[in-house]
Design a protein around this ligand. Structure first.
Ligand SMILES: [Zn+2]
Ligand SMILES: [Zn+2]
Length: 882
């Protein structure tokens, strides 16, 4: 056995660390040998960390080495392909390899003795009150215990949970502070136990068929029923072509799987049971189950006004079965949608599907860009292509943006792929995530659907990766490693000889440019399904509206009239205003002072219902001032309009209308989001108001009018992607109109009616926008012509930030960097964020190699100058330049 091993540890240092192996195998529990790609536990400073073995060797390092404490894996957890991908990410994004591995391996739950903290409701309240007390009461000068407590609460309020070492280094709180917070019940501590513990399950009631016999089609095993040629002729995917989900088999083929208590499953017994008359309560449960597609969560069923014992009686009588399944697979409480595969493919869809299927069967790398207008049926193409991959016994990954994975979508996927699908989303706990990871790794789940990090799913024999809504900025991780999941997907497909499909109605400039350069094959779906027309767009100049009416309008007369018409016809309306809260500016009319966040250089937003001012960047809150903080006058004025105020205005204008609002204030969990959309689908809402959340991928057929208010907020931002983002948002939200029988209309209110992003979105002209924007990018040396990197210098002391950015600025000046433009140092557009002052450099180069080489030497110089690594953020291919 080699004497040493090199370990990549999850620490912000660009290095691997050499450890000594114990002599013989004596010290290693269970005598397991370390393997490359497996994890070991090692001492690091004051902690014990788990890292991944990257090399085994006999070269004795010059410094004294410590001993490996424990070998965690007998076999690699990362195969060769994923190790290669990790190295590429570390190289490309200048990220420490250990941090890349940490992102790839969602196995935090497996570390023994690891502790994680979560904020409680009481903690949220305490944080809120700390905010209410205001910045003056909470002394800013004295970083005492209270300040540290607030920092911990702040940090935890923004995430599901945090592990102890991470929390400590992010907040500088020590064990004593954390223990104090636990005593106050403001946070909870959990000891993450070892793997193998059962994952969370839910009980589901399944209606047993008593008279219906198994149909031949549903009895066939999944792999042996190839659908008729998917590409030829018009295809109608029917129930029988779908894989029988295990649940359905349980429901309709009770005799198939022998199990304990099998005699109860005898179909004749069911018939016998029917002879006894059911009482009203029992009948109600059976009817409810029937309308819900034969299955329902037991806890949901218990909400029916019948005694709990009724369900038990039905189980005893063999009419209902209770099964346990993993919580994330639970079918949502809403009505299952009709078979998602019930449609006819257009010839464009068929062509796209045929090409994707041929490519993914070829075992060679092929890249596609699927550009399909809104409502053109991209999802159907994705799912059918994945279905073909599953039938070939291989694996596929479908990436979706963060907001795209509602429980209803999960239910659909489960219906299509049965237990072969693993769904990874941000709502999973560490333990559930680990459990899913192992299912995928074992090969139990070969269809993986998930957000950003699902690109690292440990599938074997990968045939296809699909990136839905590839332009979506949630694919970029805004913490180390700052990877872009779309680009990683392309690289992974390249390395594993797989096919990658990037799909969007509004492709990013980069992806479309690559398609033009034949790096990807362009597939186009130029028409909506069933020949539905794209909505008519009317652009309204709000400057004219101001001239005509004499005062600023939030909702123009035209939009109001259109809404009124739709309501009279009992059609539905969506109104987009991409800014939440009630009023975005709190202004003193006597002295001009605006209320600012204590931690950020950001105006606080007034939230009327919650009676507070809030920072949308760090969550800081304070009470609504009655008088100006600065001059004491009571001319405090709430200016501008957010979605909360828009909702109120619409209530005033249309008192009869049922109005819902969708933004981060009304949507706290995934279920809120889905509930609102279900209400809209079911016709229980007339108007849905919201931020960009309403623009994303929903297919609600009753919406015939989309109003866009304040469409141009983003155009004013100092970010070169502002026009592109505006075009994408407008096109996507317009795409929500007219997806059903009746044609749609869009009323687009703007102060910049002549801006090309607005004009081309109004004309549904992606190509026109692309050509114009591309020229601008070329003049300005921006992507896709140049690679950009943002180097951010940050810290809570302004002096440090100025000193460090000055050092780096002088270094850039005297270091030759031919072919690289360096802008800065300059104050970042957000000069202060979450208590950190921020300066930045923007680097642009046509040569990525040169750019990365320069960044690497800059990091080395920063190390020599003892600039702490956490004061420097290097963001390659930065998406967010604020
Ligand atoms: Zn004032
Ligand atoms: Zn803030």
């Amino acid at each position: 056995m080699p004497a040493f091993c090199d370990i990549a540890l999850p620490v912000p240092l660009d290095a691997t660390f050499t450890y000594r192996m114990p002599d013989g195998n004596g010290l290693l529990a269970n005598g397991v040998q370390p393997v490359i790609g497996g994890r070991v536990l090692v001492p690091f400073r004051e902690q014990r960390l788990s890292g991944v073995v990257v090399a085994l060797h006999d070269r004795e390092p010059s410094v004294k080495t410590k001993l490996v404490l424990q070998v965690l894996d007998a076999a690699p957890v990362l195969d060769e392909g994923l190790m290669r991908l990790a190295r590429w990410i570390a190289e490309y994004y200048l990220a420490p390899l250990g941090e890349v591995f940490r992102t790839m391996l969602p196995l935090a739950a497996e570390f023994r003795r690891a502790r994680a903290y979560r904020i409680t409701d009481a903690g949220h309240l305490a944080l809120h009150q700390a905010g209410m007390a205001g910045s003056s009461a909470r002394s800013r000068k004295e970083p005492g215990e209270q300040m540290l407590e607030v920092r911990v609460l702040d940090y935890l309020a923004e995430r599901e949970s945090a592990r102890e070492p991470v929390l400590k280094s992010a907040t500088h709180a020590d064990t004593k502070i954390l223990a104090g917070l636990v005593r106050k019940k403001w946070i909870t501590r959990e000891d993450l136990s070892s793997v193998g513990e059962a994952c969370r399950t839910v009980k589901v009631a399944v209606l047993k068929a008593t008279t219906k016999s198994c149909s031949e089609t549903s009895r066939q095993p999944f792999n042996s029923s190839p659908p008729r040629e998917l590409g030829s002729g018009s295809l109608r995917m029917t129930e029988g072509m779908l894989p029988p989900s295990p649940q359905r088999e349980k429901a309709f083929c009770p005799g198939r799987e022998p199990r304990v208590g099998d005699e109860k499953l005898d179909p004749s017994l069911g018939a016998a049971a029917h002879k006894t008359k059911l009482n009203a309560n029992q009948q109600e449960i059976l009817d409810t189950l029937k309308t819900m597609g034969g299955r329902m969560r037991v806890d949901t069923l218990r909400e029916l006004p019948v005694p709990h014992t009724t369900l038990q009686t039905l189980v005893k009588r063999g009419l209902v079965e209770i099964v346990e399944e993993p919580a994330d697979f639970s079918v949502s409480a809403t009505k299952p949608r009709p078979s998602p595969f019930h449609f006819q493919f257009t010839s464009a869809q068929q062509n796209a599907l045929e090409q994707i299927r041929t490519a993914s069967a070829s075992r060679k790398y092929v890249g596609f860009l699927l550009h399909g207008v809104t409502g053109s049926g991209k999802t159907a193409v994705y799912l059918t292509a994945m279905h073909a991959v599953l039938q070939a016994g291989r694996s596929a990954i479908l990436l979706v943006p963060e907001i795209g994975l509602t429980p209803a979508v999960a239910a659909d996927l489960h219906q299509i792929f049965g237990e072969q699908v693993a769904i990874l989303h941000s709502g999973l706990t560490d333990r559930e995530r680990a459990e899913q990871w192992h299912r995928i790794r074992r090969g139990d789940a070969r269809m993986v659907v998930g957000t950003r990090s699902a690109v690292f799913a440990p599938v074997s024999d990968l045939a296809l990766i699909i990136v839905d809504e590839e332009h979506d900025s949630s694919y970029k991780q805004e913490e180390t490693p700052r990877y872009h999941a779309r680009d990683v997907a392309v690289m992974r497909a390249r390395m594993s000889g797989a096919t990658v499909v990037l799909g969007s109605a509004t492709p990013s400039l980069e992806s479309y440019f690559n398609a033009q350069k034949h790096k990807y094959t362009l597939l186009e779906l130029p028409d909506r399904v069933e020949q539905r027309p794209l909505p008519e767009v009317e652009i309204l100049d709000m400057k004219e509206e101001l001239r005509d009416t004499g005062h600023e309008q939030v909702i123009s007369r035209r939009l109001a009239a259109e809404i009124g018409e739709r309501l009279a016809r009992r059609e539905q309306v969506m109104v987009l205003l991409n800014r939440r809260g009630y009023a975005p500016v709190v202004l003193c009319r006597a002295c001009g002072h605006t209320a600012q966040c204590a931690n950020c250089a950001i105006a606080l937003t007034h939230h009327k219902r919650e009676h507070r001012l809030q920072c949308h960047y760090c969550g800081y809150m304070q009470a609504v001032p009655k008088v100006c903080e600065e001059c004491g006058s009571d001319y405090v004025y709430f200016a501008g309009t957010g979605s909360e105020k828009l909702e109120e205005l619409l209530h005033g204008m249309f008192p009869q209308a049922r109005i819902g609002r969708l933004d981060r204030d009304t949507v706290r969990g995934r279920h809120d989001f889905e509930r609102m959309l279900n209400q809209l689908s079911a016709g229980e809402l007339d108007i849905l108001v919201g931020t960009q959340m309403i623009a994303k991928g929903h297919d609600v057929h009753g919406v015939t009018l989309v109003g866009v208010v304040g469409a141009d907020i983003a155009l004013g931002l100092p970010d070169f992607r502002a026009a592109e983002r505006t075009f994408q948002l407008l096109t996507q939200v317009a795409g929500r109109a007219g997806r059903g029988e009746s044609p749609g209309k869009v009323v687009l209110q703007t102060c910049f009616p002549e801006h090309y992003a607005v004009q081309f979105a109004g004309a549904h002209n992606f190509r026109g926008f692309y050509d114009k924007e591309l020229r601008y990018r070329s003049w300005m040396h921006y992507p896709p012509f140049n690679a950009v990197a943002n180097v951010l210098v940050r810290g809570d002391k302004l002096d440090d930030v100025l000193k460090f950015s000055g050092l780096l600025g002088r270094w850039f000046e005297k270091t030759s960097h031919v072919g690289i433009r360096v802008l800065g140092p300059a104050a970042a557009p957000l000069t202060r964020l979450k208590r950190d002052y921020r300066y930045h450099f923007l680097l642009k180069s046509a040569s990525r190699e040169k750019l990365n080489a320069l960044l690497r030497s800059m990091l080395a110089y920063a190390g020599e100058q003892k600039i702490p690594r956490n004061h420097l953020v290097v963001d390659v291919d930065a998406v967010w330049l604020m």
